[in-house]
Ligand binder design. Structure first.
Ligand code: NOJ
Length: 815
């Protein structure tokens, strides 16, 4: 069953059957302010941190689902009938009302046709100002003159989510609201400068009490919900405001429309005092709202510039749609807002996850080099001199402590070494290893060679008072990470599993993790490549790589596939005679992807992945699922079968398998795996998938579960970044090196050709790949602007071209 379609021209996903089974979400804002909104305008807004700086309230995991939101009510003042421009919260019968939601890149449009009135509400945040714009359009499509009232509604939150949700003896008495000159202001009285405003223009209103409500309970009324607010039912507000209580943003405007006439209203929601609201109103509401149009066009252009960095045209419509728009978008949103703002992660546990952020930063270095770099530097400062990263940390901890003066309860807690530098017992074995490839890929993409010698502090050397401390180069930080994994090994010489590796639920402690050793090897290959390019002495690490590879083959190849690890008592996990968890994705894909596996063992390992883990909805994380609690293995054995890490189709590692298959040269197998997980392919299977088909989800229920195929936790997952990386760099094979662009595809044999437009270091590369003999991998010939270019085992190597140049590249596959 289908609920919508991909609008390629506008780069929107259009939901035209609005009663989707679960919330289908989107993110607005690309800098400091962010809104998480669903298809019915439910959701919330925050500034920088969803934990410490919430602007609007959300009732997570609630009934009815996903309320409140940022709503516009319309009331026919002659009949008393009313509705919202988003289907919910009023929820008009879909027999008489037509609702559409258009999820665009950092904006959402809610459209409604009801009772002869067409209405549209667009929500977005301009690039230049932290203010949420509600751009509302109304048109009278009926044959009679209409008199309408328009009401805005959003519920304000206290800034600190904890205080807002738990500490009512405080929060209910520490915020006040007032109305003046068309502007609602809330004052978070306990904070030094905690203010929010709501204002707008368009339609008619005056300053009398019928035109505003600042108190939620006055607007909604007792024994009612957002579905039937008393103010809307009556047709006018009550002019409520108070010091203390729950506050809302309701302005009422009246509108009269002749048949065929249209009008526009704009509302503005932001941080700051009434004066700030006034300034924003002056900026955005003058001259027929032309500044709103300019800001919206600038936002569109912001995304166009990113998207234009890499555009593909292949025989696969789904891949084109996902890579050209949605997968990049999802990867970018993860880098911008990490994992902690969604309808699942509701903002009570924020900061940067070391491993997630390290991986995210690697995926958008071409489209967001500034953000990749700044995330990498934040992570470098979150590394300890022991060489492990702080699993979860706030980058603000490593900024110089300014004299805060008044200490509000909502300020982000400062850095406290003894609390946050927790020691190896709590370290995750993989966290910092991910940072090495991210740094190297960033340098390959940008050519920013000097970055390797920039100096940064460590978490345990940082002094918050001075903002300084012992510093070392980026290159030296990388050495400490590699040395940590070299040191922290178990009896087989394989890296210890510690608190966890990539798999949060595999808690091997002093036991050993194959995945970490393979990742160590992968990080070493990146570091060695960089060291060689920079002409540094890296002998120690070359020897380390040889040793790690040898240990991996000797200790982890079990004759059929790659073992997942060893428990602290020395029991092997993921071997042919394991009763449960016999075959695992992480060890087998990483054996191949890291380059540590021999081709023969690599093929057998990936054949086992195909045989035991493949399903039509993607690859499961392991097989068979665990059913007996076993604390030596970890929490995974206490998770229901087929959910999350216990044999669900965990999306994030799926692209590792696509990439691994391309290392083996098996383009058809890579595409089979790509297709199984691809959300686009499930656009017409929503009765199974339930979740949005434009986003990868964290996991899809596995075959052991009664809801096999149902996807959970959209948007905030590293799956998109990896999907993008694996598809573009491994399947389409276009990857930057230090001074050449490599083209080394591995595609289905049925593809006759494909094209890619790639911007790299400010030059354009228009690449055509031809496949006359129907093979998957192997470059026979390459021409750059008509001249032959070196081709080798690694594919074609196109030298860096002059910034500003446009270049034609033709690559012919063959043996
Ligand atoms: C989600 C976590 O954010 C991520 O760090 C982890 O790798 C996966 N779960 C798998 O456990």
């Amino acid at each position: 069953m289908k609920y919508g379609y991909f609008d390629q021209k506008n780069r929107e996903y259009v939901i035209d059957k609005i009663d989707v089974p679960v919330s289908w979400t989107n993110y607005i804002g690309v800098n400091d302010m962010c809104g998480v909104l669903n298809h019915t305008a439910g959701g919330y807004l925050f500034y920088k941190s969803p934990e410490y700086h919430r602007i609007t309230r959300f009732r997570p995991n609630g009934v009815p689902m996903d309320r409140p939101g940022h709503y516009v009510y319309v009331r026919d003042d002659e009949t008393g009938d009313y509705w919202t421009l988003s289907w919910q919260p009023v929820g008009k019968s879909l027999d008489s009302a037509k609702y559409v939601c258009r999820h665009g890149l950092s904006y959402v449009k809610y459209q409604c046709e009801y009772s002869g009135i067409f209405g549209e509400q667009t929500l977005f945040i301009p690039l230049d100002d932290p203010v949420e714009i509600w751009d509302v359009a109304l048109r009278n499509d009926s044959s009679s003159k209409r008199k309408l009232s328009v009401f805005s509604y959003a519920e304000f939150s206290y800034h600190h989510i904890m205080i807002d949700n738990q500490n009512f003896q405080m929060s209910l008495y520490c915020a006040g609201s007032s109305y003046k000159d068309g502007i609602i202001e809330t004052d978070l009285f306990y904070e030094a400068e905690g203010y929010q405003y709501f204002t707008g223009d368009g339609g008619s209103s005056d300053n009398s009490e019928k035109y505003f409500d600042c108190l939620r309970d006055e607007f909604i009324g007792p024994y009612r919900t957002e579905t039937n607010p008393i103010a809307v039912e009556k047709g006018f507000c009550s002019g409520s405001f108070e010091l203390g209580g729950n506050h809302c943003a309701t302005l009422r405007k009246t509108v009269e429309l002749e048949p065929g006439a249209q009008t526009r209203l704009v509302f503005l929601l932001g941080e700051g005092k009434r004066e700030d609201g006034k300034k924003m109103r002056a900026k955005y509401c003058m001259s027929n709202f032309s500044a709103v149009d300019t800001a919206f066009a600038a936002l569109k252009n912001f995304w166009k510039e990113k998207i234009d960095k890499l555009q593909i045209s292949t025989p696969h419509d789904g891949m084109n749609t996902m890579i050209n728009t949605w997968t990049l978008y999802q990867a970018e949103i993860n880098v911008m807002f990490s994992r902690f703002a969604s309808f699942i992660e509701v903002g009570g546990r924020t900061g940067l996850g070391y491993r997630d952020t390290s991986q995210d930063a690697m995926m958008v270095s071409h489209s967001n080099p500034k953000k990749s770099r700044s995330r990498i530097t934040e992570l470098l400062k979150g590394l300890t001199t022991d060489g492990y990263g702080l699993h979860l940390f706030s980058p603000e901890w490593f900024e110089k402590k300014e004299n805060a003066g008044f200490k509000s309860p909502t300020v982000v807690p400062g850095f406290n070494k003894s609390q946050y530098v927790h020691g190896i017992k709590d370290a995750c074995a993989d966290d910092a290893l991910w940072l090495i490839p991210s740094i190297v890929e960033y340098i390959r993409e940008s050519g920013d060679i000097s970055f390797a010698d920039e100096k940064y502090t460590y978490a345990d050397t940082f002094d918050p008072e001075t903002g300084g401390g012992m510093e070392e180069s980026v290159f030296d930080h990388m050495k400490r990470i590699l040395d940590f994994s070299d040191r922290e090994i178990g009896p087989h010489g394989v890296c210890k599993g510690l608190r966890a590796d990539w798999n949060d639920c595999l808690n091997l402690g002093g036991g050993e993790s194959a995945m970490v050793s393979f990742l160590h090897y992968w990080a070493l290959t990146h570091f060695i490549a960089l060291g060689k390019y920079l002409g540094r002495d890296i002998k120690k690490y070359e020897d380390m790589a040889v040793k790690v590879k040898k240990i991996c083959e000797k200790e982890l190849w079990n004759g059929s596939w790659y073992t997942r690890g060893f428990t602290s008592s020395g029991r092997a996990i993921g071997v042919p005679d394991s009763k449960e968890g016999r075959v695992h994705m992480e060890s087998n894909t990483w054996a191949v992807l890291s380059g540590a596996a021999s081709p023969e063992h690599g093929k057998a390992a990936m054949d086992a992945v195909d045989q035991f883990l493949y399903t039509p909805y993607g690859l499961r994380l392991c097989d068979p699922a665990f059913s007996e609690p076993d604390d030596e293995v970890g929490f995974v054995t206490r998770v229901y079968k087929g959910l999350k890490e216990n044999a669900a189709i965990f999306s994030h590692p799926n692209p590792w398998a696509w990439a691994a298959e391309t290392v083996l040269g098996r383009g058809d197998r890579a595409m089979k795996f790509y297709d199984a997980l691809c959300p686009y392919n499930q656009n017409d299977k929503i009765e199974v998938r339930k979740a949005e088909p434009y986003m990868y989800c964290q996991f899809v229920c596995g075959s052991d579960h009664s809801a096999f195929g149902r996807a959970h936790h959209p948007f905030m997952t590293g799956s998109a970044g990896w999907a993008y990386f694996a598809a573009t760099r491994f399947m389409l094979g276009i990857r930057p090196d230090f001074d050449s662009l490599i083209v080394d595809p591995c595609i289905p044999v049925s593809w006759p050709s494909f094209n890619v437009r790639r911007v790299w270091r400010d030059a354009v590369y228009n690449i055509t790949v031809e496949n006359p003999s129907g093979i998957s991998k192997g470059v026979k010939e390459c021409k750059l602007n008509g001249k032959n270019v070196t081709c080798g085992k690694e594919g074609a190597q196109i030298p860096v071209q002059k910034a500003g140049s446009e270049n034609a590249i033709t690559v012919v596959l063959g043996t």
